[in-house]
Design a protein around this ligand. Structure first.
Ligand code: ATP
Ligand code: MG
Length: 484
């Protein structure tokens, strides 16, 4: 019944054959440095492992009803279809899956024709979204690796598959068999296929073994797989942080050397990945791993420089921001990328301001220009959409305004739609050790005070609260306790 039983697993290939021109030179050097037993990936099987329902904890009741119905419909239409990827992995680990992915032998067009509520999406990687109210089931057609033969014995053309000079996959629409699909997935733990009808799990890459041993392991030659898609480096870290797994040494070894390949990734995709990394509830742990494997610099180059220049303060601020974000997410409270990106980039501002002031630009325009330049530079790496970059700038711009409280200014500030975010940001700066002369606790008291008390608080302010005094860069040696 199942075609994969008769298809041989293709021979492993080296990364070198993908490389050409100047990048190839660099990549060949990289590959030589990386200790890996080329051609002998230890985890590869020649026969599929089929784990019967009695030997694992998955059952169709634990999948979303909509995912089961998509699989059923595809199977009734004569196609192979399996639940795959994160949902199988997470359910085996007793984690509630974020979403449900289906892999099928049907082409995207055939999937679309099977469902009324289906939409074709993607160009680099075509798939179908089947919509059920707010739930979307993602259906992907079995893929083969590039240059591999298809079921008909043909190597598919450029229209379906395209690579950059360095070997990065620009288009990945070469269809294949279940077995081929299993080999082109990223990690062994993401390559488990659950057959809803029989209850079997198909494990072509020893994924169950790695789930048991809590290992993130790339399928195939790690360097080659990172070359094909450098985002896999970020995914390795993301899953390690999310699951509390270790990145297996051969999969971890190439990370620092290959990190710079992330500069080739379109900035919109890197922004999406950065959100998944930092806003999934394990941001602090993820940041530590990114930093450890030298993957933070390609995402936030200016912040990385700030870490080098002033590690205590920068790390304190970045970690505190991520810890707050994690707490809010885990308590089900709202979070916004505007606030988090404002925090991640804030420690990189003073250096730029200093440079501009050194060129004779006065303080206030220097701050404006530094903020502008830093944001546009950051957008070249992670394209922050306007709906986040505009409030991000407001949070920054309100920081010096929080100092000016005389007359009606404090009351006007309270009315500002971005006051709450700006105030929280001030507390964050203080928690990281910035010296603000008690500004945070002043605002905390002001918000709770009666009208009369507020008038008295304004009267008690000295001259310093009127003018545009800026002391955002002055810090105490020791961090202050967060204002109450
Ligand atoms: P989660 O949804 O919890 O973030 P996931 O593993 O389901 O994790 P998705 O991004 O939803 O991740 O991708 C679904 C599956 O598609 C993965 O489990 C993996 O098998 C495959 N996949 C995704 N991205 C890649 C990639 N860059 N290279 C190879 N395979 C990938
Ligand atoms: Mg998923």
């Amino acid at each position: 019944m199942i075609a994969h039983d008769i298809h041989p697993v293709s021979k492993p290939r080296l990364g070198l054959e993908y490389a050409g021109g100047k990048p190839a030179h660099m990549i060949r050097k990289l590959l030589q440095k990386i200790p890996y037993p080329f051609g002998r990936p230890a985890h590869r099987r020649t026969t599929p492992a089929v784990i019967p329902a009695s030997q694992h904890s998955l059952s169709r009741e634990r999948l979303s009803r909509n995912a089961v119905s998509v699989v059923d419909r595809l199977q009734q239409a004569g196609y192979e279809a399996f639940a795959v990827g994160g949902c199988v992995r997470d359910l085996l680990l007793d984690i509630t899956p974020k979403d449900f992915d289906i892999a099928t032998s049907a082409t995207p067009e055939q999937v679309r024709a099977t469902f009324r509520n289906a939409r074709l999406i993607g160009r680099r990687f075509k798939l179908v979204h089947v919509h059920f109210g707010r739930e979307i089931i993602e259906v992907a057609t079995f893929r083969a690796s590039h240059g591999e033969e298809t079921e008909d014995g043909e190597v598919q053309s450029d229209e379906h598959s395209r690579q950059s000079e360095s070997g990065r996959l620009l288009r990945d629409n070469v269809y294949g068999t279940l077995e081929q699909d299993a080999q082109r997935r990223d990690f062994t733990i993401n390559s488990l296929y659950y057959d809803v009808r029989s209850g079997h799990i198909h494990d072509f890459a020893n994924g169950l073994h790695d789930i048991r041993n809590r290992q993130i392991r790339l399928i195939g030659n790690p360097a080659q797989r990172y070359l094909e898609d450098p985002v896999r480096m970020l995914r390795a870290v993301r899953f390690a942080a999310k699951l509390g797994f270790e990145i297996e040494p051969h999969s971890a070894a190439p990370l620092p050397e290959m990190a710079e390949l992330l500069h080739d990734i379109p900035s919109a995709r890197l922004f999406d990945e950065t959100l998944k990394l930092l806003m999934s509830g394990q941001g602090e742990r993820t940041f530590d791993l990114l930093h450890h494997h030298d993957l933070f610099a390609p995402l936030f180059p200016d912040t990385d420089e700030a870490i080098e220049a002033d590690p205590d303060y920068t790390l304190m601020l970045v970690r505190q921001a991520l810890r707050n974000t994690d707490e809010r997410i885990n308590e089900g409270r709202p979070v916004t990328p505007a606030f988090l990106f404002a925090a991640m980039l804030w420690p990189a501002l003073p250096q730029r301001v200093k440079e501009l002031e050194g060129r004779g630009i006065p303080s206030i325009p220097a701050h404006q220009q530094a903020a502008q330049e830093l944001l546009s530079e950051q957008c070249r790496h992670t394209a922050i959409p306007k709906r986040f970059s505009i409030p991000l700038r407001e949070i920054w711009d309100l920081q010096p305004r929080l100092e000016r409280r005389t007359g009606r200014r404090a009351d006007q500030m309270l009315e500002h739609p971005r006051f709450r975010a700006a105030y929280d940001f001030l507390l964050l700066r203080e928690a990281a050790g910035e010296q603000t002369d008690g500004l945070g606790s002043w605002w905390t008291r002001y918000q709770d005070a009666s009208d009369d008390q507020r008038r008295a608080m304004i009267r008690d302010l000295g001259d310093g609260a009127a003018g545009p005094k800026r002391n955002r860069n002055r810090r105490k040696r020791k961090p202050r306790a967060q204002a109450d």
